[in-house]
Design a protein around this ligand. Sequence first.
Ligand code: 9D3
Length: 259
Amino acid sequence: MRIDVVSLFPEFVTQVAGHGVVGRAGERGLLSVHGWNPRDFAEGSYRRVDDRPFGGGPGMVMMVEPLRAVLAAARAAAPEPARVVYLSPQGRPFDQARARALALEPRLVLLCGRYEGVDERLLAAEVDEELSIGDYVLSGGELAAAVVVDAVARLLPGALNDVESAAQDSFEPSADGAGPLLLDCPHYTRPLEHAYGEVPPVLLSGNHAAIARWRRQQALGRTWQRRPELIDRGALSKADARLLDEFLAADGDALGDGP
Ligand code: 9D3
């Protein structure tokens, strides 16, 4: 996959392609990330990319022409057609399902806004999809674009090593497609003894069935307590419903989830 990032601060986004899983996807030839600055396509000695909003009001708006030119150059840099995604607070919520869909594209262009946003005519003519990463205010689309690059890159076939397997992630449906999407269970590692507390004894038992049961129960209980909207209690399997009831009866405490 090729991702072109259009931004007044392109390095802000292309940086994520130099580290960790995304960096490795690049080394493995699964992904390339390229930055494009609209300022390089702006006219005149001032190289203006923004202007005051028609109708008045605070802030500035990114102009059509530098963005049209930079998008044309980015599109022309490779033969495949590109899906153009505009990161904006007005976008549909980005989630794991959108990440999976975008990971199937041969090319993406991620358009990052600054100031109050982009002239609507440019968006109507050039943008296929508008995405937000959540209900909080950022200073621009760059961090959101970095989030999209990271979430998409780790889904490219071969990007993850076996132990990192995307299939185990909280927001990925289970292999058989059954059951709710759950938050992860707690994790522990050495040392066994620490002033901050104990390791749940079941994890030391060597009983793999009991460990799997405990982890499933923790995942169900924590999801119910922290993200109840992810669980339709009536739709749980009998086994999951029992695990959750047992977790709630113990209120987490006896199971090592409480103070
Ligand atoms: C203070 C400016 N606001 C006026 C009411 C509107 C506004 C414009 C531009 C708020 C934020 C931004 C910049 N944000 C993004 O470009 C952005 C974003 C976000 O702020 N939150 C969540 N997802 C995204 S994706 C792009």
